[in-house]
Design a protein. Structure first.
Length: 643
C-alpha cells in the first residue's frame, strides 16, 4: 500500500494520522528532553560531589603521611644527639662518631622505602653526615638547596618543594629539622630526602570512573605528582587557561578541553604545603549512561513514530466498514454475553459456597496446628531439660570416679604408712635388744671394776646412743601413725562423698524417666492432632473438588463471555471512532430480538458441548487445576490469600 498517497487522498484520515503522531511523539520528546537534562545535571553534581570528597580524603591522607614522616624524623634524631651536641658546642666530629652515625642512617634508609637520603649540615652549611657519601657532593653547601632559605628561619620541621637533587634520579620532597641555639640561631640541619612518589601516593592512587585521576601541582602550577610520571616536573598547567583558573581560585571546579577531550575538574588547596590537589575526569565518562539512554530514546522515538503512522493508517482504513454490520454484531454479542453471564453467576454462587466450606475446614486445621505446635514446643522443652540433666549426671559420675581414685590413693598411703611403721617398730625392737646386752655388759664391768667403773662409763655412753636412736624411731613412728589416721579419715570422707554422688545420680535418673514419660504423652497428643489435621485436609479436598467442578462450568461460560466481550469491544471501538454517521436502521430491532433468542440457545449449547468435551478429556488427562480453568487476576488472588 502507498501510505503517502493514501494520506494525501483522505482529508480526515490525514488529520487523524497526524494526531496519532503528535499525541505519541510530543509527550515522549518532552519527557526525554527533561529526563536528559535532569540526568545530566544530576550526574555532574554527583561527580562533582564525589571528586570533592575524594580530594578531601586525599588531603587527610597527605596530612597523615606527613605526620608519619615527622615521627620518623624523631627516630632519626635520637641516634644523632651526640653529633648534634658537638655541633652546638662548635666541636669537630670524630671519625668514629661519623662512621657509626652514617651506618645507622644507612640502615634507616634501607628499612624505609620512602626515605632516599639523610644528611646533617652544620651552621656553616657544610655536610657533616650522610648515608651515601659516594653519591653526595661533599663540597655542596646547604645554601645551594631550595629548602635552605625556608629552613634557616624555621623553628621546627619543614617540608620543601619537590625537586630532583644531585645524586638521585627521582623527584623528592625534603623534610628538614632545624636545631637552634638558646639565642635562636640555627647550628645544625637534619635533611631527609623523601621520595615524592611515596609521599604523594595517596593522591596518584585515586581513580575516578574509567579514566579519571588525581594529581598535584605546586604554587607555580608545576605538576609534582601525576599518574604519567613523565609529566612530573615537566608539565606546567599555568600555560593553559584552566590552569590559570585553578591557580587563581585554588578551590572549586572547572570544565575545559584538553587533547580533544572535554574534561571536568575539581580542585582544592593543601594549605600545609601550598599545593593544589586536582582531580580530572572525561566528561564523556560521566555522561556515558545518559548518552546511551539518549541514543536508545531516539531509536524508541523513531520506532514509535513508525508504529503510530502504521497504526493510524490501519485505524482509518477500518473506519470505512459498514455501520450496519457493527450494529448487528454488537446486538448479537450483547445477547450472548447476557446468557453467558447467567451461567457465570450460578457457577460463582457454587464457588462461593465451596470457598466458605473450605474456610471452615481451614479454621479447624489451624486449631489443630496450634495444638500440635504447643505439644511440639513442650516436647522440645522436655528434651532440653533431659539433655541438661544427663549432662549433670555425667558430671556427677565423673566426680564420683575422681573421688574413688582419691580414695584408692588414700588407702595406698595408709598401706605405705603401715609398712614404714612396721620397719620403725622393728628398729626399736633391735635397739631394745642391744640396750639389754649393753646393760648386761655394764653390770659385768661394774662387778669386775668395783669402784673404778671405767668400763662402765663406756657402756653407759653406748646405752645413751641407743636410747637416742630409740627416741628418734619413736618420733617417726608417731608421725607416721598420725599420717595414717589422717589418710583413714580422708578415705572415709571420700567414701561418703562417693556415696552421695551415686545417690544424686539415682535421683537424676528418676527425673529423666519422668521427663521421658511426659515426652511420650506429648507425642501421643501430637499424633492425635495430626489425625485431626488429616481429617480436615480430607474435608478440604472434597470441597476443593466441588469447587473445581463448579469452576469448570464457570470457565466454559467465562470463555464464551470473553470471546463475545472481545468482539463487542472491537465493534464498539469501530463505532465510537466514527463521528457524524447516521446509525438509524428500522430493521435492527427485529434482528436484535431474533438474535437474542437464537444467541442464547447457541450460547447454552456451546456451554453444554464444552462441558461434555471436558468430561471426556478428564478420563485421558490429569485433573485440571482451578487456577488453570479460571485464571484469576491479581485482585482475585489477593481476595483468597486468607484461605
Amino acid at each position: 500500500m502507498n501510505i503517502a498517497g493514501y494520506i494525501n487522498r483522505r482529508g480526515i484520515q490525514r488529520k487523524l494520522i497526524v494526531s496519532f503522531l503528535l499525541l505519541g511523539l510530543i509527550p515522549m520528546v518532552i519527557m526525554g528532553s527533561v529526563s536528559y537534562y535532569k540526568s545530566t545535571d544530576m550526574l555532574l553534581k554527583n561527580a562533582n560531589s564525589e571528586m570533592i570528597n575524594l580530594t578531601k580524603k586525599a588531603i587527610e591522607l597527605l596530612d597523615s603521611q606527613f605526620t608519619v614522616y615527622k615521627m620518623q624524623m624523631d627516630t632519626i634524631t635520637i641516634p644523632a644527639k651526640q653529633v648534634l651536641d658537638m655541633l652546638q658546642l662548635g666541636m669537630s666530629i670524630d671519625a668514629g662518631s661519623t662512621e657509626n652515625l652514617e651506618k645507622i642512617f644507612v640502615e634507616q634508609v634501607k628499612s624505609s622505602p620512602a626515605i632516599k637520603r639523610i644528611n646533617i649540615f652544620d651552621m656553616n652549611g657544610d655536610m657533616k653526615i650522610t648515608n651515601n657519601r659516594a653519591a653526595s657532593d661533599q663540597a655542596e653547601k646547604a645554601s645551594s638547596f631550595p629548602w635552605y632559605k625556608q629552613a634557616s628561619t624555621a623553628k621546627d620541621i619543614i617540608f620543601g618543594e619537590v625537586y630532583i637533587p644531585k645524586g638521585l634520579s627521582e623527584p623528592v620532597t625534603t623534610m628538614v629539622k632545624t636545631f637552634l641555639t638558646p639565642d635562636g640561631k640555627p647550628y645544625a640541619f637534619i635533611v631527609v630526602d623523601i621520595s615524592a612518589e611515596y609521599a604523594t601516593k595517596s593522591v596518584t592512587n585515586i581513580k575516578i570512573g574509567k579514566e579519571g585521576f588525581a594529581y598535584l601541582i605546586n604554587r607555580d602550577g608545576m605538576v609534582i605528582a601525576y599518574p604519567d610520571k613523565t609529566k612530573i616536573l615537566q608539565w606546567n598547567i599555568n600555560k593553559y587557561d584552566f590552569g590559570k583558573e585553578i591557580l587563581q581560585k585554588k578551590n572549586g571546579t572547572t570544565e575545559y578541553s584538553l587533547d580533544g577531550l572535554d574534561r571536568f575538574a575539581s580542585f582544592q588547596e593543601y594549605p600545609a604545603m601550598g599545593w593544589i590537589i586536582a582531580s580530572s575526569v572525561n566528561k564523556a565518562d560521566i555522561l556515558e549512561s545518559v548518552n546511551t539512554m539518549n541514543t536508545l530514546f531516539i531509536i524508541l522515538v523513531i520506532v514509535m513514530a513508525t508504529f503510530s503512522l502504521v497504526a493510524g493508517v490501519l485505524f482509518t482504513i477500518r473506519l470505512v466498514k459498514p455501520i450496519n454490520r457493527i450494529v448487528v454484531g454488537l446486538s448479537e454479542g450483547s445477547d450472548q454475553v447476557a446468557t453467558a453471564s447467567m451461567q457465570v453467576s450460578e457457577s460463582s454462587q457454587h464457588l462461593a459456597e465451596g470457598a466458605s466450606e473450605q474456610a471452615s475446614s481451614l479454621e479447624e486445621t489451624s486449631s489443630s496446628l496450634e495444638e500440635m505446635s504447643s505439644m511440639t514446643k513442650q516436647n522440645a522443652d522436655n528434651a532440653n531439660q533431659a539433655r541438661a540433666m544427663m549432662n549433670e549426671a555425667k558430671l556427677v559420675v565423673e566426680k564420683a570416679n575422681a573421688q574413688m581414685a582419691q580414695l584408692t590413693e588414700a588407702i595406698g598411703q595408709i598401706t605405705r604408712s603401715s609398712e614404714e611403721t612396721g620397719k620403725i617398730i622393728k628398729t626399736i625392737d633391735e635397739i631394745a635388744f642391744q640396750t639389754n646386752l649393753l646393760a648386761l655388759n655394764a653390770a659385768v664391768e661394774a662387778a669386775r671394776a668395783g669402784e673404778a667403773g671405767a668400763g662402765f662409763a663406756v657402756v653407759a655412753d653406748e646405752v645413751r646412743n641407743l636410747a637416742l636412736r630409740a627416741a628418734e624411731a619413736a618420733r617417726n613412728t608417731s608421725d607416721l601413725i598420725e599420717k595414717t589416721i589422717k589418710a583413714v579419715k580422708a578415705g572415709n570422707e571420700m567414701t561418703l562423698s562417693t556415696q552421695d554422688a551415686f545417690q544424686a545420680n539415682v535421683k537424676l535418673s528418676a527425673k529423666i524417666s519422668q521427663l521421658v514419660d511426659e515426652i511420650a504423652t506429648a507425642s501421643e497428643e501430637q499424633a492425635h492432632g495430626i489425625a485431626q489435621v488429616n481429617t480436615a485436609v480430607t474435608e478440604m479436598d472434597k470441597v476443593t473438588q466441588q469447587t473445581a467442578a463448579n469452576a469448570e462450568e464457570s470457565a466454559s461460560a467465562a470463555e464464551e463471555m470473553n470471546a463475545q466481550a472481545q468482539q463487542m469491544r472491537i465493534y464498539v471501538d469501530e463505532l465510537a471512532g466514527i463521528v457524524g454517521v447516521n446509525m438509524g436502521d428500522s430493521g435492527s430491532t427485529a434482528r436484535g430480538a431474533i438474535t437474542a433468542a437464537t444467541g442464547g440457545k447457541r450460547a447454552l449449547s456451546q456451554i453444554e458441548g464444552r462441558k461434555m468435551k471436558d468430561q471426556h478429556m478428564q478420563g485421558k488427562s490429569a485433573k485440571p487445576k482451578p487456577g488453570d480453568v479460571i485464571p484469576f487476576d491479581q485482585a482475585d488472588k489477593d481476595s483468597f490469600k486468607d484461605f
